[in-house]
Design a protein around this ligand. Structure first.
Ligand code: GCO
Length: 475
């Protein structure tokens, strides 16, 4: 059980989530077609990454510290005392790494910009070397005919801004807006696809409520304020990009999970509704002009305290696409007493360990991907699956990593994406999480999510069987 599941449990309060066994869905059966042929030429395949998870070079060339530098250097916060100081050292290896990605026939490299590399203090002076680094990454992508898709913010707030309260401080809306403006100004003539945020529910929930992620705060009050400031910043970020770059394609990404009630009993159904509002609806609905799902989510009642005149209009923005990120489904059940359900969760987890639980303790539930695509299809936006993937234990055997469980995972999940697409959901792309084994936040280097293996001793890369499969399928 990892911290993210812990968040889920505590977040829902009287709702608890129980992982149960799920019948294996059918594997992707392409017949004589390749992935490329089945999805069509316009459909984009790629990989997703995040700055702090891959770059390393945490204090080089003028970069300021971020909340993840601070947090990972604190004792006891990260499994095995790991940190992202070096990670895959993408900062120095990006050129070869992107060539490797091209050799795998991928169309898209999704990456994020480390705010404190560009603005060491979060506001004010720019760090030219930092700006230049992303120019080099983007130029390299373009030279290799890989589309660079830029996420403005993937969790690594400058520490200097956290010292002023981070997302709890209403000024964060203005700080972020300025940062987005800088990104648009410097990279706008080269980058066409933009994502404002990565998974706002994850970074507000884990960062301000459960405390398992940076900045490690456990405060319901701070969580609610952060939710609101991020929600307004999300709309503003989209608007700034579109105003400065009218031809840009602008989206933002959400963590999504298909929530099912444990049974049809009304109390479980109510619990499922609540969990769905929290995990799936909280950040997208204000952007759609629908306001917060307060009716189904009593825990955010009181958020109005942070809402100023005009905020909900500012939060509304017509995104060109939704980035949907899915890993597992969730089964909700009502409970008065959360610890009992903890125990059940752990038990269910142990029972199913071998067959269908990943290294993160997440259930392999491909049909959940299908359901969540159908559900988000209702919002009437174009969809990109901006993340999906799995961590399993890997073994290097000579020049191979036979990661058959990861490969099965991809076949099953992509099969469900194809199913939803064939049923008319407007899905335009699929990005694997992730390219290289990397720093998996509070879990450190233990879970390996890459389709390329990284030897962290010598920085050698080795394409796993799953990566070779993509390469073959995307030829
Ligand atoms: C997220 C992030 C990634 C994670 C991935 C696996 O979705 O949490 O975007 O940074 O590494 O999801 O947990």
């Amino acid at each position: 059980m990892n911290r993210r599941d812990a968040l889920k449990l505590s977040a829902v309060g009287t709702t608890s989530l129980l992982l149960t066994q799920h019948p294996m869905a059918n594997m992707l059966n392409l017949g004589p077609l390749t992935l490329r042929e089945a999805f069509g030429r316009d459909f984009k395949f790629g990989v997703a990454t995040a700055a702090y998870q891959i770059e390393g070079a945490w204090n080089l060339d003028g970069k300021g510290p971020s909340i993840w530098d601070t947090f990972s250097h604190k004792k006891g916060k990260i499994l095995n005392g790991d940190n992202g100081d070096v990670s895959c050292d993408f900062y120095h290896n990006f050129s070869q790494d992107l060539a490797l990605l091209q050799s795998m026939n991928m169309d898209v490299f999704r990456f994020s910009t480390a705010w404190s590399r560009i603005m060491p203090e979060g506001q004010g002076p720019l760090n030219i070397k930092g700006i230049d680094f992303y120019h080099r990454v983007i130029d390299r992508c373009l030279a290799l005919s890989i589309e660079p898709w830029l996420t403005c913010y993937h969790w690594d707030l400058p520490q200097a801004l956290q010292d002023e309260g981070g997302w709890f401080n209403r000024d964060s809306i203005a700080w972020f807006s300025d940062f987005v403006e800088v990104l648009a100004k410097y990279y706008g003539d080269k980058v066409k696809h933009w994502m404002v945020f990565n998974e706002p529910m994850a970074f507000t929930g884990l960062g301000y409520m459960s405390g398992g992620h940076a900045p490690g705060i456990r405060s319901f009050k701070q969580f609610k304020a952060a939710v609101h400031h991020v929600t307004v910043a999300q709309g503003e970020g989209g608007r700034i990009l579109k105003e400065l770059l009218p031809d840009a394609i602008v989206g933002t990404t959400f963590s999504c999970t298909a929530v099912e009630p444990k049974s049809n009993a009304p109390r479980h159904q109510k619990a499922a509704k609540k969990a769905d509002a929290l995990f799936n609806r909280l950040f997208i609905e204000p952007a759609m002009g629908m306001g917060y799902p307060t009716e189904d989510l009593s825990m955010i009642q009181g958020i109005e305290r942070w809402v100023k005149d005009g905020d909900m209009e500012r939060a509304t923005f017509d995104f060109d696409f939704i980035g949907l990120q899915n890993y597992f489904r969730s089964v909700a059940r009502f409970s008065f007493w959360p610890p009992v359900f903890w125990a059940n969760l752990v038990k269910a987890n142990k029972l199913t360990k071998e067959e269908n639980i990943t290294e993160m303790g997440w259930e392999v539930s491909p049909e959940g991907m299908y359901h969540v695509l159908k559900q988000f299809g209702e919002y009437g936006k174009r969809i990109i699956v901006t993340e999906n993937g799995a961590a399993f234990e890997d073994h290097v055997e000579g020049n191979f990593v036979h990661d058959s469980r990861r490969l099965d995972f991809y076949k099953q999940y992509i099969g469900q994406v194809l199913r939803a697409k064939r049923e008319g959901i407007p899905i335009d792309g699929y990005f694997a999480w992730t390219f290289l084994d990397n720093f998996e936040w509070a879990e450190g280097y233990h879970p390996r999510f890459g389709i390329v293996h990284v030897d962290f001793e010598n920085q050698e890369r080795l394409i796993k069987d799953s990566g070779l499969w993509f390469k073959e399928q995307l030829r």
